[in-house]
Ligand binder design. Structure first.
Ligand SMILES: *Cc1c(COP(=O)(O)O)cnc(C)c1O
Length: 382
């Protein structure tokens, strides 16, 4: 016990101690945070669908028809027509042959990578990939190399060195979660083709957000030299929970045999599966949430630029990193905003590299222009 107490004390001294904030949601972008009414500029509910009438309705219908829990693994008795409907809808949405659902985006990365990548393989990953991708890469027994963020020269050298491996893999976030920049998919995909590698793209932040009807990051690049396999989550813009793989039917068939988090875990609960189906239905039938999101992204970007904040976020990405550098500065800014009724937690190492502590501001379709202007006002005074 002493060891744990000492470690906690060390983190406390470095201001790196994490705690779970006390939240009572009052809609997609409003909540009582530690009992104080706040506007949230940190949620990944980018389309504000967590409280959309159709999404709620589909979730309630699924709950009523299928019960509160799936009762067993998909391979035992938990594979309802509901799960299959969501997978079919996901494959249609992502324009792939097939899709397979898992309990979370984190588990999807772990499940897919550990099932597909083998000891004799070579895998290269961007240093700023999401923790779940990096953890999954460390878990597989293949030769694993990390390349500096977006560094195609290093990646190419690595791929050359991996030429004798049985198979090669490139693994990347589509939209990088803490910086909001988009992976150079055209170049990555060209390298994949030239070096006979597969490319897996984690589209957690592009799904529901980028491209026509929010089809995702790869919809921005329709003519890629090699088509990536997509991993995504239902838990962000799709307002539910769970993750998915979208790609060739044969690979889905293979994953059903090999993916341990699918085989040995209970199928996702009906209410969240219904919600995800509802969110896909909204994306198909109602352009308004996506249109609102894009207008809000534009307004926030313009406003940030006007107050002299360097904004590296691209086109329609709703993620804006405001880098403070020192942890203390980011924490101070976050506290000041909280005092003014905005909740934007500071993101500190090791979630982001040393010296790049930041506020990760995200905007949602559920914000009004007035919300955004008030935030900009508060940021100006920081
Ligand atoms: C959030 C996120 C995940 C994890 O998804 P969950 O459904 O929240 O478990 C995976 N990859 C990236 C890039 C993410 O941002």
């Amino acid at each position: 016990m002493r060891f744990f107490a000492d470690e906690l004390e060390k983190w406390r001294e470095k201001q790196l101690l994490r705690r779970l904030p006390d939240m009572e949601p009052r809609g997609p972008v409003e909540a009582l945070v530690e009992e104080k009414p706040c506007l949230l500029f940190c949620t990944n509910d980018y389309l504000g669908l967590t409280h959309h009438p159709l999404v709620l309705e589909r979730s309630r219908e699924a709950l009523a028809a299928y019960g509160t829990g799936a009762g067993a693994s998909r391979l035992v008795s938990g594979n309802f027509s509901l799960h299959q409907r969501l997978e079919e809808a996901t494959a249609r949405f992502k324009e792939t042959e097939a899709a397979l659902m898992f309990s979370s985006g984190f588990l999807t990365n772990l499940a897919v990578l550990t099932a597909l990548i083998q000891q004799e393989d070579f895998v290269a990953a961007d240093r700023l990939n999401h923790a779940s991708l990096l953890d999954a890469c460390r878990t597989v027994r293949a030769t694993f190399r990390v390349y500096p963020h977006g560094d195609l020269d290093v990646l190419e050298k690595l791929l050359r060195r991996g030429k004798d491996a049985r198979r090669r893999w490139i693994v990347t976030d589509g939209v990088f979660s803490m910086d909001g920049d988009i992976a150079p998919l055209v170049d990555l995909s060209r390298l994949a083709r030239e070096h006979d590698a597969e490319i897996i793209v984690d589209d957690a932040h592009g799904t529901g957000v980028l491209g026509p009807r929010g089809k995702g990051v790869s919809a921005l690049f329709p003519d890629l030299p090699k088509k990536p396999w997509i991993i995504g989550t239902y838990s962000k813009a799709l307002a539910a929970q769970g993750g998915f793989f979208a790609g060739p039917r044969l690979v889905v068939e293979y994953l059903i045999q090999k993916a341990r988090p699918l085989i040995y875990s209970t199928a996702p609960a009906p209410a969240v599966v219904g919600a995800a189906l509802g969110a896909l239905e909204v994306l198909e039938s109602d352009p308004t949430p996506l249109k609102c999101l894009r207008e809000n992204v534009r307004r926030l970007r313009k406003g940030l630029e006007k107050i002299g904040r360097v904004v590296s976020s691209q086109c329609d990405v709703p993620i804006f990193p405001l880098i403070f550098g020192e942890t203390e500065e980011a924490l101070k800014a976050s506290r000041k905003l909280y005092e003014e009724g905005f909740f934007v937690p500071a993101i500190r190492p090791p979630t982001v590299p040393q010296g790049s502590a930041r506020l990760r501001v995200t905007v949602s379709a559920a914000h009004s222009f007035e919300h955004i202007d008030r935030l900009l006002d508060a940021l100006r005074r920081l």
